[in-house]
Design a protein around this ligand. Structure first.
Ligand SMILES: Cc1ncc(COP(=O)(O)O)c(C=O)c1O
Length: 443
C-alpha cells in the first residue's frame, strides 16, 4: 500500500493508541516512537522497509535509532537466533556464543584488549564511568555539553540545556534532565564545549586530579553530528594522560563508522569504549571494551574486586549469536560500501537543498546524516540547538518525508543499512527536494 493511506485505515493506530494511553504513560515505553497525533505501529520489517499496522510500507532511515546495520530480519541473523532459541534463551551458565563473540570484537579494534557485554548503551556508558572511577579512585566525570549518552544520571547532565540555563560558554552549567537529580550528581559532572580544545582544557584543568574520565562521542548526534576534530581529541588525550584521568569514547552509535569504530579516525586511542545498538544484531545490547588493566577492575578473580558487576541478561546467548553474525557480515568491504552510500546520501541531500534554494545544510559521516535548518553546519550544541522555528521546520520536513514513504529520526537524521542501495538514496533525495520546496513556501 502507498504511504498516502486513506484516513479510515489510520483508525487502527488510533484505536491502539487510545488503549495504550490507559496503560502506558503517554501511551509509549520510549519517547522516540511518539508521533502526533499517535505513534505508528510496526507489523513487519524486511530489509530496509517497514510495514505499519495499516499496511503502509516505508523506507526505514531510522533503523531503530541507528541500531540496525543490516536492516530488518536479515536471514542469516534470523537463522542464528532461531537456532539458539531452540536450544534455550538464557542460562545461569556462560555460553560458547559469548566467548566467540568477545574474540571477534577484540580482534576488531586495536584498543579492545578485553570486553564485557551488558544490555543497553545506557548500561555500557554507566559501566565505563563506574570502571573509570574504580580504576582512578576519583568521583568526577567530564562530558561535552548537550551530548546524549543514555539515561545514567551522570551521563545525562546538560543533555537538555537551553539558552535560559546553559550559562557562560567558558563554564557551561551542569543542568539535570530529571527533576530531583541529586545535587551531588551535578557537582560531579564537569561540562565542556565540543570541538573547542582551548576552552575544554581550561575547564578540565580547574578539576585537575579530580576526574575519573572524560566521556566523548566522536560524532555526537544532538551536538550537531559534526565529527570531533583531531586537535580536540588530541587535546583531551594529552590532558587526561597528564592528569591520570581516562579517556572514554561513547561509540554506541558511531561504531558503525569504520571497521574498528570511529576511533579509527584518530591517532589517539581511548582507554575505554562504550558500545551498544548495532553490535546486538537487532537485539538489546551494550558493551564496554578497552585496556586490559582498566578492564581488570571488573575481574571477579582479583584479590580485591574493585567493581563487582553482574546482570541477569548480560551476554545473553540470543544477543551474542545475533551480534556475532551481524558484525561478521559487517566486514571491511561492507563498511566501505555503506560509507560510500552515506557519502552519496549527504551529497544528494546537499544538492536537493541547493536546488530548492532553502537555507538548510547536512552534517554527518560514514552511514549517518543529519539535516539542519540553518545554512551553515553548527559547530557546537549551542549552535545546533533548535528554537521553536527550527523545530517547526524539522517537524514539517519529517511529516512530509513520512507521508511520502521515508522514515527518518525525529531530529531529521538518518542511518543507512547494508540493505539499502542507490535506489533508496534517490527516493530519499527526491522526497527531500520536494520537502525543501514546501518549507520554502512556509517561510
Ligand atoms: C551516543 C549514545 N550513547 C548511549 C545511548 C544509550 O543507548 P540505549 O538507548 O541502548 O540505552 C544512545 C542512545 O541513543 C546514544 O545515542
Amino acid at each position: 500500500m502507498s504511504p498516502s493511506t486513506p484516513s479510515t485505515q489510520v483508525t487502527r493506530s488510533q484505536e491502539l493508541y487510545e488503549r495504550a494511553l490507559r496503560v502506558l504513560p503517554g501511551g509509549v515505553s520510549r519517547n522516540a516512537v511518539l508521533r502526533r497525533p499517535h505513534p505508528f505501529y510496526a507489523v513487519r520489517g524486511e530489509g530496509c522497509y517497514v510495514t505499519d499496522i495499516e499496511g503502509v510500507r516505508r523506507i526505514d532511515f531510522a533503523n531503530n535509532m541507528c541500531s540496525l546495520i543490516h536492516g530488518h530480519a536479515h536471514p542469516a541473523i534470523v537463522a542464528a537466533v532461531v537456532e539458539q532459541m531452540e536450544r534455550g534463551t538464557a542460562f545461569t551458565f556462560a555460553t560458547e556464543a559469548e566467548v566467540l563473540y568477545a574474540e571477534h570484537m577484540c580482534a576488531r579494534a586495536p584498543g579492545f584488549e578485553k570486553i564485557r557485554f551488558v544490555n543497553s548503551g545506557t548500561e555500557g556508558v554507566m559501566t565505563c564511568l563506574k570502571a573509570a572511577r574504580a580504576f582512578t579512585r576519583r568521583a568526577k566525570i567530564a562530558k561535552t555539553e548537550g551530548a546524549y549518552h543514555g539515561l545514567y544520571d551522570y551521563a545525562e547532565v546538560s543533555q537538555t540545556s537551553n539558552p535560559a540555563n546553559w550559562g557562560e560558554a567558558d563554564h557551561p552549567r551542569s543542568n539535570p534532565v530529571v527533576l530531583g537529580t541529586p545535587r551531588g550528581v551535578l557537582d560531579d559532572v564537569v561540562v565542556i564545549p565540543f570541538n573547542d580544545p582551548e576552552r575544554a582544557v581550561r575547564i578540565l584543568s580547574e578539576h585537575a586530579g579530580e576526574l575519573a574520565c572524560v566521556l566523548i562521542d566522536p560524532l555526537p548526534h544532538r551536538v550537531g553530528m559534526m565529527p570531533a576534530t583531531a586537535p580536540f581529541i588530541d587535546a583531551l588525550r594529552r590532558w587526561t594522560e597528564k592528569d591520570g584521568a581516562l579517556l572514554v569514547f561513547d561509540e554506541v552509535i558511531t561504531f558503525r563508522s569504520e571497521y574498528a569504530g570511529a576511533q579509527a579516525w584518530y591517532s589517539a586511542r581511548p582507554d575505554l569504549t562504550a558500545l551498544g545498538k548495532m553490535i546486538g544484531g537487532g537485539l538489546p545490547v551494550g558493551a564496554i571494551a578497552g585496556r586490559a588493566d582498566v578492564m581488570d577492575v571488573l575481574n571477579p578473580l582479583a584479590e580485591k574486586v574493585l567493581f563487582p558487576h553482574s546482570g541477569t541478561f548480560s551476554a545473553n546467548p540470543l544477543v551474542m549469536a545475533a551480534g556475532k553474525i551481524a558484525m561478521e557480515l559487517f566486514d571491511r568491504d561492507a563498511v566501505a560500501r555503506l560509507n560510500a552510500l552515506g557519502d552519496r546520501a549527504r551529497r544528494q541531500i546537499a544538492d536537493a537543498i541547493e536546488t530548492a534554494g532553502f537555507p538548510a545544510c547536512v552534517t554527518g559521516a560514514g552511514s549517518l546524516f543529519r539535516i539542519h535548518m540553518t545554512p551553515e553546519p553548527p559547530a557546537t550544541y549551542r549552535e545546533a540547538y533548535m528554537d521553536p522555528r527550527r523545530t517547526q521546520l524539522v517537524k514539517a520536513l519529517l511529516d512530509h518525508a513520512f507521508e511520502n514513504g521515508v522514515m527518518l529520526i525525529n531530529t531529521c537524521s538518518g542511518a543507512l543499512s547494508t540493505a539499502m542501495t542507490a535506489r533508496e538514496i534517490d527516493v530519499l533525495s527526491d522526497v527531500l527536494l520536494a520537502g525543501f520546496r514546501k518549507l520554502k513556501e512556509m517561510k
